[in-house]
Design a protein around this ligand. Structure first.
Ligand code: CA
Length: 381
């Protein structure tokens, strides 16, 4: 079997109501999808992580100009060989960011092809399923105005709970005082209910403010405190881990085994969060699992994107071992973005959904999903 072509699909849709995370206002949804065609008649799908503020055309150009010439004519089942070829040939201008996101999209599509070729779900090729379903956590609590929205956020917590979510992650990083006011309101709203909270500041603060916030949040028994400082400040992460009581999480802005070696090796996190669409895909995800296991660090992937990224993440989550085995070990959870997205769910014929507090991991061949071409065409730029 040989790769005959790569088609790149850039999708965009403006949001009726823009929302903010700590780094800026998200005004549109976008996605960079890649479709790899083969002479065997099998097609694979992949997606590059497009952070809310990132133009999706960057990863698209990487795939088109830098990666496609390395792939045409190659055997798509050589996933590991092709990963290294793509990484080596882009090293001098890549290693991080959108270049690795482009590699990630291609790699995911190659695993999709391999699964379809062997007629097995990707998790079987990764070594089998540790779990067939995963508990989702609601990512939400974005801001519509900016600050002073504590009351609305308390109500939002109840809405997630009533929709079946008992785990939820609160976006913070809008000023420490405003963050604390919001958490007090959310804490009151969820009191007495079986709800576990996490927080994520998207690296809004320097060490002093990040510590001040962390200390103020001690009472909420957080499952984790995500991206407390900028990803470059690895020692800042280490300091948070030493000085705060809750687990520290991060990694959505780190890339490949080499990036995670510094991050995990330094003792920066309790929970490492590679994003399949930017860490280097499933091949790199597999490398990072081995690294994390050797350091006793839990892997819990970051998930942001359309249904293709979600499907790849589900296959990966199925194959992630727990970091600390016991009868009642803590299992990985699925990041489930609850903010508005015009095409995320409808991009595949059978949308990924939370039912009764769980998300089933698709067991069909490859990523286990089928793209709805009508939806693809509708949002294609
Ligand atoms: Ca995050």
């Amino acid at each position: 079997m040989k790769i005959t072509d790569l088609k790149i699909h850039v999708l965009k849709s403006p949001l009726a109501e823009p929302f903010a995370f700590s780094q800026g206002w998200v005004k549109q949804r976008s996605a960079t999808l890649v479709e790899i065609l083969t002479d065997g008649g099998i097609t694979g799908w992949g997606e590059a992580f497009a952070q809310g503020l990132e133009p999706p055309e960057i990863a698209a150009a990487v795939i088109d100009k830098a990666l496609k010439p390395l792939l045409i004519g190659a055997d798509p089942l050589d996933m590991e060989v092709l990963w290294h070829r793509m990484y080596h040939m882009t090293r001098d201008y890549g290693r991080k960011g959108s270049v690795v996101s482009g590699i990630s999209a291609v790699d995911i599509a190659l695993w999709d092809i391999a699964g379809k070729f062997h007629e097995l779900p990707v998790y079987r090729l990764l070594g089998g399923a540790f779990r067939t379903r995963v508990q989702p956590y609601a990512t939400g609590f974005y801001r519509i105005k900016g600050q002073g929205e504590a009351k609305r956020l308390g109500e939002e917590a109840i809405r997630h709970f009533e929709a079946g979510f008992s785990l939820m992650k609160v976006k913070l990083g809008y000023g420490v005082d405003d963050d604390i006011a919001c958490m007090q309101e959310i804490g009151r709203a969820v009191q007495g209910k079986p709800i576990t909270l996490m927080v994520d500041t998207n690296h809004a603060y320097g060490r002093a403010e990040a510590l001040k916030l962390g200390r103020a949040l001690d009472e909420y028994d957080l499952r984790w405190y995500e991206e407390p400082v900028v990803p470059e400040d690895v020692q800042g992460y280490v300091e948070m881990r030493h000085k705060l009581s809750m687990p520290i999480a991060g990694g959505e802005n780190e890339h490949t085994l080499y990036g995670f070696r510094e991050f995990i090796g330094a003792g920066a996190v309790d929970v490492a969060q590679p994003d399949l669409g930017s860490c280097g895909g499933l091949s790199a995800g597999r490398h990072i699992i081995a690294l994390a296991q050797s350091h006793g660090v839990q892997i819990n992937p970051h998930v942001w994107g359309s249904a293709i990224a979600q499907a790849a993440s589900l296959q990966f989550i199925a194959a992630v071992p727990v970091a600390h085995h016991s009868l009642f070990a803590q299992e990985p959870v699925l990041e489930y973005d609850r903010s508005s997205h015009p095409f995320r769910q409808h991009l595949i014929t059978r949308p990924i959904q939370q039912v009764g507090g769980w998300v089933e991991i698709p067991s069909g061949p490859g990523l286990g999903v089928e793209v709805d071409r009508a939806v693809l065409e509708k949002f294609r730029v």
